[in-house]
Write a protein that binds this ligand. Structure first.
Ligand code: NI
Length: 160
């Protein structure tokens, strides 16, 4: 268990395509545990392995704070609808911007035992899955922002 250093926009590791995980190993288990710790420590709802400098297709997501998902080699197999709203990223600290995403996604992934499973998601969880999977292809949400990238504090004040 350890908190890892979160890489920020501008670093090359965030622009690269990640490699599939072929088998579970003690090092990968440790990476996943550290990714969960790092996500919770930063109050994030998701984290992808390249954000801690590891180019592997691994994502952790928890939109409620008590229901973590580990997605290894994830793929979106169905999507529909649309949602438009503010999005943020631990690799782009202090910023937020409006992004349109599907409102429903169905994804297939492997868990920590490398057993395949499906996850169906709507709203924030669907948004988080899309956002984190983009990281595995070397993409950040800022490429999809509609309008300006804004200061997160300003937007929070407006919403109060
Ligand atoms: Ni992100």
């Amino acid at each position: 268990m350890a908190i890892r250093n979160v890489r920020e926009m501008g670093e090359d590791v965030l622009k690269k395509n990640c490699k599939e995980v072929k088998e579970m190993t003690p090092r990968i288990r440790e990476l996943i545990d550290d990714m969960l710790d790092t996500m919770y420590e930063s109050s994030g709802v998701g984290l992808a392995a390249p954000q801690v400098g590891i180019l592997k297709r691994i994502v952790v997501i928890d939109v409620t704070g008590e229901d973590p998902y580990v997605l290894i080699n994830p793929k979106i197999i169905e999507q529909s609808g649309e949602q438009t709203g503010y999005e943020a990223c631990l690799s782009v600290p202090g910023k937020t911007g409006i992004v349109t995403r599907p409102n429903y996604v169905k994804a297939m992934a492997y868990n920590e035992e490398m057993q395949p499973y499906e996850i169906e998601a709507t709203e924030l969880l669907a948004r988080a899955i899309c956002h984190e999977l983009d990281h595995l292809e070397g993409h950040l949400y800022v490429e999809k922002v509609e309008g300006p990238l804004r200061n997160a504090e300003e937007v929070e004040e407006e919403m109060e």
